[in-house]
Design a protein around this ligand. Structure first.
Ligand SMILES: Nc1ncnc2c1ncn2[C@@H]1O[C@H](COP(=O)(O)OP(=O)(O)OP(=O)(O)O)[C@@H](O)[C@H]1O
Length: 480
């Protein structure tokens, strides 16, 4: 029975919290009960302390509400039955690792496979030194950290704050509690940058450390090559000998069963050996189709953090920083103009700035709004076409399952008035139309109504997680 209550409690928290917070703090918890208390196991101290501080009270309230008189005390601990094999799997929410998903006794197997590998290796070298050199050469190529992807060059904002804090922690205490560190989020948002920043920081403190960075497709290609060359034991030994393994875009492991199998054993060996892993992905691990459950479950053993698209202020700060690095004078209003128009991701923002800089060099002019409009003409035109008032109204109406005509109507019920305000705020943020023009397009409303809508939605985005999520989803679907 308490298991059911916990499941309901998780569902309620999922409704109440923004998805990033839910995924980071609540999803990794596993529950166990003796009837008197509900013990929640967090994968590390960071999550335990945060949940104690911020959510324990709400969890108790929800439990009391869901099972009046149940009187369960909530206790937070580090660990989890997935690792300790306590028999309470039934209490874990559907998305949690289950008790039979136990890491195998990896230390022994890792060592022995290395040992066998050494034997094969000696044998093969005698037969075919070239082949051996080929696989070794291929594997040695992985250490290519980008020098400029450092913490100093990374601009902090609300959207990446948690990921940055976690990455810094890992750089200070590699292999400790946040293992693996799993960063996820859309393209071009700085996941690779942060991963390299950890690698570069580790290199600085331990110059001899073997930090291996690679894209997941490279891992797959190396494995295929090792299989072809009958050198899989070298492959295993190589990947298990690292001090830190950084693998980018692990969504490419999907449906590659043999690679997943190999990665699973590597993962276990590294975890057991206290070697740090950092993984990135374009989505939350549980949402990767074609990835084995046991891998998904392991990814949650460390810390899973989202990197979100940066908000306007952060985009401006990133542009200013990149301009300073390039020794370019970028007036703040120009940075603001670019940041307002290019919203999808940081890579596009950088690309736009590069074009503006090249155009300034080419024409010998200073950077100003006119030069920006000219050099980004095609990009801006494309964007203007995409984000029209019409488009915003259609998208919002569809999202809230109401009619576009309702947005224009005089109806004032909450189910229509709130979407109308959201649509107005989006129109203000995403288009260059004036307030009176926006008001006009919503059934001839006054500009003060639009202004009020923008203020109201700004306030609600701070205080109401539903509106915050809705706005974020709509922004994303209108701009990508
Ligand atoms: N907060 C930031 N501060 C400074 N530069 C940033 C920031 N976020 C991203 N960048 C820059 O944006 C570019 C794209 O970032 P990165 O390659 O790390 O994205 P990603 O999330 O790994 O994307 P993908 O999933 O496509 O690999 C890089 O040049 C990176 O330096």
């Amino acid at each position: 029975m308490p298991g059911v209550v916990w499941k309901q409690c998780v569902d309620r928290l999922q409704d109440e919290l923004p998805s990033q917070q839910f995924n980071t703090w609540i999803r990794p918890l596993q529950a166990s009960t003796d009837g008197q208390s509900l013990t929640l196991f967090a994968p590390n101290r960071f999550i335990k302390d945060f949940v104690s501080d911020k959510f324990a009270q709400r969890i108790s309230e929800l439990l009391a509400e869901l099972e009046p008189g149940g009187d369960l005390d909530v206790v937070l601990e580090i660990g989890g039955q997935a690792r300790s094999a306590s028999p309470v799997a039934a209490l874990t929410p559907a998305t949690m690792p289950v008790a039979n998903d136990m890491p195998p006794a990896v230390s022994g197997s890792a060592v022995s496979s290395g040992g066998i590998g050494s034997g094969n290796y000696a044998l093969r070298r005698g037969h075919n030194g070239e082949r051996q050199a080929e696989i070794e050469g291929s594997l040695q190529h992985q250490q290519n950290l980008v020098d400029t992807y450092t913490f100093d060059n990374f601009v902090e904002g609300k959207s990446n704050q948690l990921a940055l804090a976690a990455a810094r922690q890992v750089a200070e205490n590699p292999g400790d509690s946040y293992n693996p560190l799993f960063l996820y989020g859309g393209v071009g948002l700085g996941k690779t940058h942060l991963m390299h920043a950890v690698g570069n920081a580790l290199k600085r403190t331990k110059p001899n450390a073997k930090i291996v960075y690679l894209h997941s497709e490279r891992f797959v290609a190396d494995m295929v090559k090792a299989l072809q060359l009958n050198a899989i034991s070298d492959f295993k030994r190589y990947y298990r000998s690292v001090d830190a393994l950084l693998i980018d875009d692990i969504q490419f492991f999907a449906k590659k069963d043999r690679s997943q199998e190999e990665f699973f054993h590597t993962f276990n060996a590294l975890l057991e050996g206290g070697q740090q892993m950092i993984l990135t992905c374009d989505r939350y691990p549980k949402e990767i189709d074609g990835l084995e459950e046991r891998l998904k479950s392991r990814f949650g053993w460390g810390l899973t953090v989202a990197v979100e698209p940066p908000e306007l202020e952060t985009r401006v700060a990133i542009l200013m920083k990149k301009a300073t690095q390039a020794r370019i004078d970028l007036p703040p209003e120009s940075a603001f103009f670019i940041a307002q128009r290019i919203r999808s991701n940081v890579r596009e923002l950088e690309g736009a700035l590069k074009r503006v800089i090249a155009s300034a060099h080419f024409t010998g002019k200073n950077i100003d709004i006119d030069l920006i409009k000219d050099s980004l003409k095609d990009l801006l035109a494309l964007q203007d076409k995409q984000v029209s008032l019409d488009n915003i109204q259609r998208t919002v109406a569809e999202y809230y399952k109401i009619k576009v005509a309702d947005l224009m109507s005089r109806r004032r019920s909450r189910s229509v008035a709130r979407p109308r305000q959201v649509a107005m705020a989006l129109a203000k943020e995403l288009t260059n139309h004036s307030l009176p023009e926006i008001g006009d397009s919503f059934g001839g409303r006054d500009h003060t109504t639009v202004l009020h809508a923008c203020r109201k939605i700004k306030e609600l985005r701070e205080t109401n997680s539903d509106i915050r999520e809705d706005y974020k989803n709509l922004l994303r679907s209108l701009t990508t």
